[in-house]
Ligand binder design. Structure first.
Ligand code: UD1
Ligand code: CA
Length: 458
């Protein structure tokens, strides 16, 4: 049976990244580079996907889980040696094997599909995916003869002056006849500038065996970009970001300044939402329809339902329901749930709390470990005092209550519905329904005292 297989090369350390993190685990728009590659490969429907791991094998396996098989390359002796490690899994199969690198995050499933189709139509032993660039430095070059037929690939470090001038590059993606690939790999050596077993040498070997070598030229060089250092990482991120932002705009989202809007790959956004400059949407956030995300807001791993307004605020691991609003300069910390029509104004911090529909927390307030019912008014500068130095405690406030400004609610505390807390109170005893609680020093007025003050004015 003719099988369709892919080998993803992800064993290299990535020395040029100068990082403790393995190269293929660096992120582009929220997803690791190797995950980007695997996600696109998965869409082509393979019989086998084998990821070659070495440096950081455990971390890469943890990242990709059971979506791929693994082959371990103990020592990183080159890309040809890396593919060899997949021989135990793939060696006996008939069919086509695509090889891709884990450091080329921009490739699309469509390009892989096109490569397979082209390869089949050419009946070739190998089809190299190539592209053209005015800045080929660092890439392997495609050497063609006077008839334009591909002879071999020469690596940057082994290339002559003339070869370095070639602008057609090896993208590092190939479709091989599986049997031809593994038999040719047995003949490669490491006699080159880097002392490595190059996968690219397989081309010349197949050529010498009289087999057909094809090259499929893709139009978009940027899609084939390999990330070897941080400069390339930032370029790849820019390109990916543009793609993501354009897809959202085509789906009806207004992005005022797409060059300065940072949206991770897994984010969903409803139509008619408006996103101002500097906004960052991260992890697995979901944004509803007709929301307004004001400048420099950041939303991490959170869900916003429809018609939510966020003005220059930070939202983490939380949920905001229909018509609620927050900001400017406010912060939802993890595990907060904000009901429909809730208003959270400026300088409000909410942590691990539930606030039900139409409650208002207008200004300068900390709500921690609390459950607030519906239609509550929380005045300015209220502190939900949740921590006794050792443990966190909970405060519950019932529907339709009023919490006066500058109050401290010392948890554990239960404030019943329809109750009233007078401004400036420090409350540490439960409050019953329809009660007013007042806990502050009575005011004393001293008649005429102003005139006794040393700085008094007539
Ligand atoms: C490689 C190609 C080059 C091509 C470029 C495209 C070779 C010899 N060169 O160069 O022609 O233009 O990709 O981006 O193939 N890896 C292993 N084990 C190893 C060595 C590398 O798994 O022993 C993995 C790396 O993790 C990486 C991929 O193979 O994901 C490519 O290796 P890298 O060192 O980045 O090759 P380039 O120098 O970019
Ligand atoms: Ca590379």
């Amino acid at each position: 049976m003719a099988t369709k297989n892919t080998v993803i090369l992800a064993a290299g350390k990535g020395t040029r990244m100068k990082s403790k993190l393995y190269k293929v685990l660096h992120r582009v728009c929220g997803r690791t580079m190797v995950d980007h590659v695997l996600t696109q490969v998965e869409q082509v429907k393979m019989d086998n996907i084998v990821t070659v791991v070495g440096h950081g094998a455990d971390a890469v396996e943890k990242e990709l889980g059971s979506r791929t098989k693994y082959a371990v390359q103990e020592e990183q002796l080159g890309t040809g040696h890396a593919v060899m490690q997949a021989e135990d899994i793939l060696g006996n199969l008939d069919g086509i094997t695509m090889v891709v690198s884990g450091d080329t995050p921009l490739f699309t499933a469509q390009t892989f599909d096109n490569l397979f189709e082209y390869h089949k139509s050419k009946k070739a032993a190998v089809t190299i995916l190539t592209s053209h660039t005015d800045e080929p430095t660092g890439y392997g070059r495609i050497v063609r003869n006077s008839l334009g037929i591909v002879e071999r690939i020469v690596e940057q470090k082994d290339a002559s002056k003339e070869e370095q001038a070639i602008t057609e590059i090896n993208t590092g993606v190939y479709a091989f006849d599986n049997q031809a690939l593994f038999s040719a790999l047995h003949s490669i050596n490491n006699e080159n500038a880097q002392g490595e077993y190059y996968l690219t040498d397989v081309i010349e070997i197949l050529k010498k065996q009289g087999k057909t070598i094809a090259a499929f030229q893709m139009d978009d060089f940027y899609e084939s970009m390999g990330v070897n250092d941080r400069v390339a990482l930032s370029k790849a991120t820019k390109i990916m970001q543009r793609r993501i932002n354009e897809a959202h705009m085509k789906d009806g989202v207004t992005i005022v300044d797409p060059d300065n809007t940072y949206i991770d790959v897994d984010i969903k956004i409803g139509a008619d939402t408006v996103i101002e400059p500097g906004v960052q949407l991260k992890n697995h956030s979901v944004i509803g329809e007709n929301c307004y995300l004001g400048a420099h807001s950041e939303i991490r791993n959170s869900t916003l339902h429809d018609n939510v307004t966020v003005t220059s605020s930070l939202i983490e691991d939380s949920e905001m329901f229909d018509g609620s609003d927050i900001g400017p300069n406010s912060h939802l910390r993890p595990e907060s749930s904000i009901g429909k029509g809730v208003h959270l104004g400026n300088f409000v911090e909410v942590k691990k709390s539930t606030i039900e529909d139409n409650t208002k927390v207008g200004h300068l307030t900390y709500v921690g470990n609390a459950k607030l019912g519906k239609n509550i008014n929380v005045g300015c500068g209220v502190v939900f005092v949740n921590y006794d130095g050792a443990k966190k405690h909970e405060t519950v406030v019932g529907d339709d209550s009023f919490i006066g400004s500058n109050s401290n609610l010392i948890a554990p505390l239960n404030v019943a519905d329809h109750s009233f807390i007078a401004a400036g109170s420090t409350i540490n005893k439960d409050v019953e329904r329809y009660d007013m609680a007042i806990a502050r020093e009575r005011q004393t007025n001293k008649p005429g005292y102003f005139k006794k003050l040393p700085y008094q004015k007539d």
